[in-house]
Design a protein around this ligand. Structure first.
Ligand SMILES: CC(C)(COP(=O)(O)OP(=O)(O)OC[C@H]1O[C@@H](n2cnc3c(N)ncnc32)[C@H](O)[C@@H]1OP(=O)(O)O)[C@@H](O)C(=O)NCCC(=O)NCCS
Length: 209
């Protein structure tokens, strides 16, 4: 078979037996100096499936997982208010999932480094947008990583950086792609989650449905 056909990325729902491969994928996406907090625990991966199975996606290419996305539902008001990743996700467990929540919340998304920039992220974002519409959510909200920020942190605040990315003056490896998907920046979430690249900060991004 043509290698490109055999390796064409395929989106599907996550299964319990994917946990080990998802953890391997996260290790590849977040090598040191990222700490162990960047990697899902198997317990939390299984909890996600019990809370909201239809919000958990993976992409496989050949026999390898190259993408993973975790999503839950929360009240839109909570998603738009200042929050940390830990607060809104129940420390990553999705115990905060609200089956009636009018916002779909992007808890996590990661694409294997070799596959970034090849449409795998778009595939997962589009599936999440379609899911949010099917569920009747009013918006898709996330705290967007700004991994380029640490390079300029001495020269500008996270607010100035996010504004520069939003207006296209700076390319950020994550936030710029999310803006391409159709998200809009609504502000900065300071001290959102520990992260050596973002210095802990994130952009509050919203895609109104
Ligand atoms: C952010 C991430 C999930 C995006 O996934 P991806 O597979 O790289 O994204 P895609 O290739 O689907 O690109 C998404 C959009 O950005 C655009 N894009 C991708 N790379 C780009 C680049 N280098 N320059 C400009 N635009 C680019 C794409 O063209 C696409 O828009 P389009 O569909 O309108 O053409 C991925 O880069 C990643 O895992 N990063 C590390 C972990 C992370 O930061 N996760 C986010 C947590 S908030």
């Amino acid at each position: 078979m043509d290698e490109r056909v055999a390796e064409a990325p395929i989106l599907r729902l996550r299964r319990p037996e994917d946990a080990a491969e998802i953890r391997d994928l996260m290790v590849r996406v977040y090598p040191p100096p990222h700490g162990p907090e960047a990697i899902w625990s198997t317990e939390n991966l299984l909890r996600h499936l019990s809370h909201f199975p239809e919000g958990q996606l993976v992409v496989e290419a050949g026999r390898t997982l190259v993408g993973t996305a975790t999503t839950h539902r929360v009240p839109l008001e909570a998603a738009l208010a200042p929050h940390t990743w830990s607060e809104i996700t129940g420390r990553g467990s999705l115990s905060t999932h609200d089956p009636e929540g009018d916002a779909l919340y992007g808890v996590n998304i990661a694409v294997d480094r070799d596959w970034q920039g090849r449409g795998v992220g778009r595939l997962m974002y589009q599936a999440r947008i379609d899911l949010a519409r099917r569920l009747g959510c009013r918006a898709f909200v996330a705290g967007a990583r700004i991994p380029g920020y640490h390079r300029v942190a001495e020269a500008m605040s996270p607010e100035t950086y996010v504004e520069a990315v939003a207006t296209g003056r700076i390319f950020d490896p994550t936030l710029s792609k999310q803006l391409r998907i159709g998200f809009q920046v609504r502000g900065v979430l300071r001290d959102y989650a520990p992260d050596v690249e973002t210095m802990g900060h994130a952009a509050l991004i919203v895609l109104t449905l």
